[in-house]
Design a protein around this ligand. Sequence first.
Ligand code: AHG
Ligand code: MN
Ligand code: MN
Length: 335
Amino acid sequence: MAARLITLNQFIVERQKDFPCSEGRLSRLLADIGAAAKIISREVNKAGLVDILGADGSTNVQGEEVQKLDAYANNTFISFLRNGGECAVIASEEDEDVIITEDAYVHTNPKYVVAMDPLDGSSNIDVNASIGTIFSIYRRRSKQGEASKADVLQKGSEQVASGYVIYGSSTMLVLTTGNGVNGFTLDPSIGEFCLSHPKIRIKPDGKIFSVNEGNYHAFNPGVKKFIEWCKDPAKEEGPLKARYIGSLVADFHRNLLKGGIFMYPSTAETPNGKLRLVYECNPMAFIVEQAGGRATNGTVRIMDIQPTELHQRVPYAVGSENLMDQLHTTLGVWG
Ligand code: AHG
Ligand code: MN
Ligand code: MN
């Protein structure tokens, strides 16, 4: 007998039992995100045809204006989240300020807020390397009709769900609702995300380190020492493998499945590193912790940091438990 196929939507409905108070509204929101991801996946897969179909700002063969892929992904997510009626506020990397989606839906009293990086790793589009989407879901804090930026500025530990979509050799959606991590692969022939990676766990001992070593000269001495440890052939497990794509989603996904550590540390010029706390670091931190790993800024747990700005950056290290321990031992700080 063939193994039972479980689609994302079936899985979400089954998981509804975990949220008895949410009356199916979180399920609806997650289904909207899955639907938006399928549309973006379709668009990403034909990105190489952009020169044929028309570049940004021009018109394509259908006479429609062609958008840059990150703007397209942003607009698609916003439109699904807005029309779904379950999301009160959206924060996006692409938008300076939050978007209050509640306005048209005050009557439905949306219960959730979403922070997202609609297209991560966009510099990789031109070279056919993997890119992704990252999302994070919180319960709103405000009263009906009073949604604001404060609803999004919550600690990562308050997340209700988070996930990412990787547009790679296949498209996958990886999700946590706080009860483990599950991965779904898009089967384009039926247009459904199907459960392909149930109960993902990250190995405690990884063999991969991922960091932009081009910035080595500017890292602090502790980070340099840790990188030297990673490369040291004299240690029992030998040198780790260096792997760095330059797409957080793709680097994180590989390390989650194979075991490893990813870092975007601070430098003298960029004391907060590069990555954004609210819609890049926190969602990935929730996933990695749910898979048995860790995420810190080198000192404290990422999900314990109180965000003060929508687009604030943090130094970031995320990955396998023992590698994270080694990092903190080497840095000499562990909060
Ligand atoms: P985005 O495309 O959303 O702006 O994010 C790019 C980020 C992230 O995906 C990646 O980890 C990092 O930039 C790579 O930065 P460097 O090129 O400085 O290594
Ligand atoms: Mn990004
Ligand atoms: Mn982006």
